[in-house]
Design a protein around this ligand. Structure first.
Ligand SMILES: [Zn+2]
Length: 60
């Protein structure tokens, strides 16, 4: 659990894949992009607040 300053409460953060991008790229490249996206997802994708989508979560 992390603290969301926007919702002013403790939330359990989520990583949200962008499904539109996911499907779009799959169709265009035939799935070969998935490896690149996987690396991006695990290295750079930030955890978000499930309520407001805020990325400025803090440990409390
Ligand atoms: Zn929030």
């Amino acid at each position: 659990m992390k603290y969301c300053p926007y919702c002013n409460q403790m939330v359990s953060p989520v990583k949200r894949p962008s499904w539109f991008l996911f499907i779009f790229l799959s169709v265009i490249t035939g799935g070969s992009w998935i490896f690149i996206y996987a690396i991006y997802y695990f290295l750079f994708k930030k955890e978000q607040c499930p309520i407001c989508g805020g990325k400025d979560l803090r440990k409390r």
